[in-house]
Design a protein around this ligand. Structure first.
Ligand code: FES
Length: 159
């Protein structure tokens, strides 16, 4: 069954299908969450409830894992996700100016989605590429040594 159809056909069936294909051990949790996040674009509370029942793990444990990894999203979002690294190494490399410029350009605060559903802005902790800070990530693309004046051109790539 195509991924979109499976997600749309019902959270319970989707989660049960992914668990059947991936496995139901504790060590399968992250691969399962990645698949849910990919197929449904984020991991909803209902998906966590169903997964808790399937894996016999507490919802709180699943939620903790889902919110720990920046590539797993637990809320609905726009077509493009802009993430700004707010950890100290990026901060001291000019991150404060980048963050302010991003908020001004998008007209968003962290966690907000634009009215046209094009952008969601998130902050994130270290993305593991501190040497090229300040770092901005758009969807899966990482931009390093970003200057405020470069932001319009970067965002223009995601029309
Ligand atoms: S502190 Fe920003 S990537 Fe590590």
């Amino acid at each position: 069954m195509p991924a979109e159809t499976r997600c749309e056909s019902g959270i319970k069936e989707m989660v049960e299908g992914i668990v059947a294909e991936t496995g139901s051990a504790r060590s399968d949790l992250i691969p399962i969450l990645l698949r849910i996040s990919t197929e449904c674009s984020y991991i909803s509370e209902e998906a966590i409830r169903q997964l808790s029942s399937c894996l016999r793990l507490p919802e709180s444990e699943i939620f903790a894992v889902a919110t720990f990894y920046h590539m797993l999203l637990t809320q609905a979002h726009g077509r493009h996700i802009v993430q700004f690294c707010e950890s100290a190494p990026c901060h001291v490399a000019g991150g404060r100016e980048i963050f302010q410029a991003l908020k001004d350009l998008l007209g968003l605060k962290p966690g907000e989605t634009s009215q046209d559903d094009r952008w969601t802005l998130f902050t994130t902790s270290c993305l593991g590429v501190c040497g090229i800070g300040p770092v901005v990530m758009v969807d899966t693309d990482i931009y390093g040594h970003v200057l405020p004046e470069q932001l319009p051109a970067i965002l223009e790539n995601y029309r």
